[in-house]
Design a protein around this ligand. Structure first.
Ligand code: PGA
Length: 255
């Protein structure tokens, strides 16, 4: 299966930015700019923005995602949000295992796996983030790190469920640093991820998975990154907070 047959996905990861009112304004600004996109367009927003975001994008081609979810259906987990809560407000996607969650909030491959399984069981589409630290790249263990994350994060995910999984390759050293991986570096690891998926599942299943690149992707470098055969989209942080920049990336993915 070639790249053209995979779904290109550009997703904004707003992180801890924008109040509900600001979210509405930004989405209203983005919507007309991406109305004719030939790729999937998603905005992953803070929990309290979700209802406003879903209202603001009704009738548009923008889908809304959350930035995390818990694996339990309900219970004594102060501060957490369940998949059922996300489903009820109309969320379709959920970012899981982002490096900031791994780095600052104790997220492990085991908890990423639990969240991924729960999201899939609830009918949400997880965007599972993997990526190596700078130190790991310098020690030449990028492939070992990625292989381990893919195996553990997708543990017990069936081939049928894999159809609803998006993988985001985000080298940690490139996130929010302005240091983008070169398109060759991005392609190398995205191709490696696809090869791992082929090993764990089969080639057809692997060929159908959308693999995004994330880490300082912007309107200036998106064309080059997205031209690579295994880079099927982007998970965009900083540049997703500026309507024109985000729209330009969507346009690059629509070519
Ligand atoms: P960035 O963030 O585009 O600001 O580097 C990407 C991400 O963390 O998903």
């Amino acid at each position: 299966m070639d790249k053209a047959k995979r779904k290109a996905i550009i997703a904004g990861n707003w992180k801890m930015n924008k109040t509900p009112k600001e979210a509405t304004a930004l989405l209203k600004a983005i919507a007309p700019l991406v109305a004719d996109a030939d790729c999937e367009v998603i905005a992953c927003v803070p929990y309290v923005d979700l209802a406003a975001a879903i209202e603001a994008t009704a009738g548009t081609n923008i889908k809304i995602g959350a930035e995390n979810c818990h694996w339990a259906e309900s219970g004594a987990f102060t501060g957490e949000i369940s998949t059922g809560m996300l489903k009820e407000v109309g969320v379709e996607y959920v970012v899981l295992g982002h490096s900031e969650r791994r780095q600052y909030f104790g997220e492990t491959d085991e908890t990423v796996n639990k969240r991924t399984k729960a999201a899939l069981a609830a009918g949400l589409k997880p965007i599972v983030c993997v990526g190596e630290l700078l130190w790991e790249r310098e020690c030449n263990i990028t492939e070992e790190v990625i292989a381990r994350q893919i195996k553990l994060d997708l543990w017990d995910v069936t081939e049928e469920e894999l159809k609803n999984v998006v993988i985001a390759y985000e080298p940690v050293w490139a996130i929010g640093t302005g240091k983008t991986a070169t398109s060759d570096q991005a392609e190398e690891v995205c191709a490696f991820i696809r090869a791992q998926l082929a090993k764990l599942y089969n080639q057809d299943a692997a060929d159908a998975v959308t693999i995004q690149y994330g880490g300082s992707m912007n309107d200036g470098n998106a064309d080059e990154l997205l031209s690579k055969v295994n880079v099927d989209g982007g998970l965009i942080g900083g540049a997703s907070l500026v309507a024109e920049k985000f729209a330009a990336i969507v346009k690059a993915a629509s070519k």
